[in-house]
Design a protein around this ligand. Structure first.
Ligand SMILES: Nc1ccccc1C(=O)C[C@H](N)C(=O)O
Ligand SMILES: [Zn+2]
Ligand SMILES: [Zn+2]
Length: 205
């Protein structure tokens, strides 16, 4: 079966949220020292690369990663083109058949240079979460690092998606993906205290 990797690569020097922990991998216990194996050590933010947000990220009372239903992150997903838009709202979904669809992935292509953190990204309009919620959508994914503007402090889109029962998958890599219907698999790590978790996100045709 054809499988598309829609995850951003994790490597030293990769772009991270401004001011957040830099990603670092090192072989901390090399074969010469351990006598048998190379063992690595990771330092990273929970919002590194392609990742999911737990509601606890923006709500002290919200669910943590371990509490999230894994069914959210496995199953049919629709990739929708919203290229060149300033923002994404209900109007962008006119004519899109969302019947029976629980997961939508927006392909903005707004993150132009994958080696640098984007300065401007399209954001989610206030009417999107109520609209998607009324259609039964449970997961929204995007190819940019946030559903709110980068400098937002109130995070209104995070809050309103959460209020409508919609979970968030950020920083996908959808450059090579044709719009249409796929199966998504993007499981978070079993982080008991997690506010977010990197995922290996794939699409299958
Ligand atoms: N890592 C951060 C550090 C400071 C302020 C925001 C973030 C974020 O991660 C926000 C983004 N909307 C996110 O959920 O990934
Ligand atoms: Zn995040
Ligand atoms: Zn977020």
């Amino acid at each position: 079966m054809k499988i598309f990797d829609v995850s951003r690569k994790l490597n030293n020097g990769m772009p991270v949220w401004p001011g957040d922990t830099a990603f670092q991998y090192e072989v901390s216990w090399p074969m010469e020292e351990s006598g048998s194996v190379n063992v690595g050590r990771l330092e990273l933010s929970t919002h590194t690369g392609t990742h999911v947000d737990a509601p606890f990220h923006f709500d002290n009372e919200g669910k943590k990663i371990i509490d999230l239903d894994l069914n959210l992150y496995i199953g049919p997903a629709k990739v929708i083109d919203v290229i060149g838009k300033e923002s994404i709202g209900a109007a962008d979904l006119i004519g899109v058949d969302l019947d029976g669809c629980k997961r939508v992935l927006f392909r903005t292509l707004a993150w132009e240079n994958p080696n640098e953190f984007p300065e401007r990204i399209p954001h989610i309009e206030p009417n999107l979460a109520p609209f998607l919620g009324s259609k039964g959508i449970k997961l929204i994914g995007l190819d940019v690092p946030s559903v709110d503007p980068i400098d937002s402090k109130e995070l209104p889109a995070h809050q309103s998606l959460n209020e409508h029962g919609i979970h968030i998958l950020e920083s996908l890599m959808l450059d090579e993906i044709e719009p249409g219907d796929y199966e998504l698999i993007a499981l978070p790590l079993p982080l008991v205290e997690g506010d977010g978790s990197p995922v290996r996100a794939v699409l299958r045709k």
